[in-house]
Design a protein around this ligand. Structure first.
Ligand code: PLP
Length: 363
């Protein structure tokens, strides 16, 4: 028998990250990966630098310092938290632990592409739930639940559509799941959501046996480069994930930098306030320019372009790149007619809005 990967692996379309280079442009604005324009808190940077003294030793394997800092910050039980090398890793571990070949994993169309990758990597069957005008209808998810359903990934808010599922709808979905299925609420962008009917998922995890919430330090905390995220889990799920994760999956600098980042509430709040203000400004400017942009509760907006030569998203992308404005092309999200724009610094936002206006006027 020849050496072949497990069924599903070769069906995976490798993850396409946001680009970071715009060749030939004098000034580059990277607005393609939803990073914070403020970067990390100076307290996180100081903790990162102080970790230098410990670089020669293995970290404590379960990221205890960080789990305890997260537990104290959010009022959670530290033994139900599992940290990962980015929330990516926690989302993957869940599939590695629970999905058997042929079992089904539900997620929305136009959702974060990792869900499909980790499903196929475990020889599972991805079930994409179509959206209605890019919004996920929970009734459509429920209609696809059956005895083969093992995981349901819901990004809340969703990337790249920037829409969200209300707390009551999330509860309705949970009620419709059999106890053998796990609801995974990927609340990567939770810090940015200010809607009253939104919940990140802590309550649901605390009061049920089959819900996990994942969170990250990459966006609102400005620590994308250090790769650290976490999941809040039922106790036996946490136990399973700890068995499967690599022994020292989160590096020692990440333990300390992320714990310190939690302590700098003023820095995080500044990033959140800035985001709320400039997100609405961007939406208004882009609409004034005559383009469709959807409402957003996150730190990015989804812009639609007409499917016409010279005016398409691909044309806009080329035009913007020549000006050093890097947005996220959305073909890999099955939205080839869209570009996703991260809310950046004031300078970057103004440059992006001006370039979009020029594109519309000159195209
Ligand atoms: C919805 C969603 N979930 C999870 C992630 C994973 O991020 P990280 O691994 O940096 O925590 C991302 C990254 O962009 C995302 O958009």
């Amino acid at each position: 028998m020849n050496l072949t990967p497990k069924p599903g692996v070769m069906e995976i379309d490798a993850y396409v990250p946001g680009r970071s280079e715009a060749k030939g442009a004098n000034r580059v604005y990277k607005l393609s990966s939803n990073e914070s324009p403020f970067g990390p808190s100076p307290k996180a940077v100081a903790a990162y630098e102080a970790a230098e003294a410990a670089l020669g030793v293995y970290p404590e394997g379960s990221a205890k310092i960080l789990r305890e800092a997260i537990a104290a910050h959010y009022g959670l039980a530290a033994d139900r938290i599992v940290c990962g090398n980015g929330s990516d890793e926690v989302l993957s571990l869940l599939a590695n632990c629970y999905v058997r070949p042929g079992e089904e994993v539900l997620f929305s169309a136009h959702a974060f592409s990792l869900y499909k990758i980790v499903t196929l990597a475990n020889s599972g069957v991805p079930v994409e739930v179509p959206t209605r005008d890019l919004k996920l209808d929970i009734g459509d998810v429920i209609a696809r639940v059956n005895e083969k359903t093992r995981l349901v990934y819901i990004a809340n808010p969703n990337n790249p559509t920037a829409s969200y599922v209300s707390a009551s709808e999330m509860r309705r979905l949970h009620r419709a799941l059999p106890p053998s299925a796990l609801l995974v609420i990927d609340a990567a962008y939770a810090e940015y959501v200010q809607q009253n009917d939104y919940e990140a998922g802590i309550e649901l995890v605390s009061t049920t046996n089959n819900v996990v919430m994942t969170r990250m330090f990459s966006k609102a905390y400005g620590l994308a480069g250090i790769r650290v995220g976490w999941g809040y889990c039922p106790k036996d799920v946490a136990d399973a994930l700890h068995r499967v994760r690599a022994p020292f999956n989160v590096n020692i600098a990440a333990h300390h930098a992320a714990a310190a980042a939690l302590g700098d509430v003023a820095h995080t709040e500044l990033a959140i306030r800035h985001n709320a203000l400039w997100r609405e400004w961007l939406i208004a400017e882009i609409r004034k320019a005559g383009l469709r942009v959807d409402d957003s509760v996150a730190n990015f907006v989804l812009i639609h372009f007409p499917d016409r030569s010279g005016r398409s998203a691909a044309d806009a992308d080329r035009f913007l790149m020549a000006r050093g404005i890097i947005m996220r092309a959305c073909a890999s999200y099955d939205l080839p007619q869209c570009l996703r724009l991260t809310v950046g610094s004031e300078e970057a936002n103004r440059a992006a809005a001006a370039a979009l206006r020029d594109f519309v006027e000159t195209a």
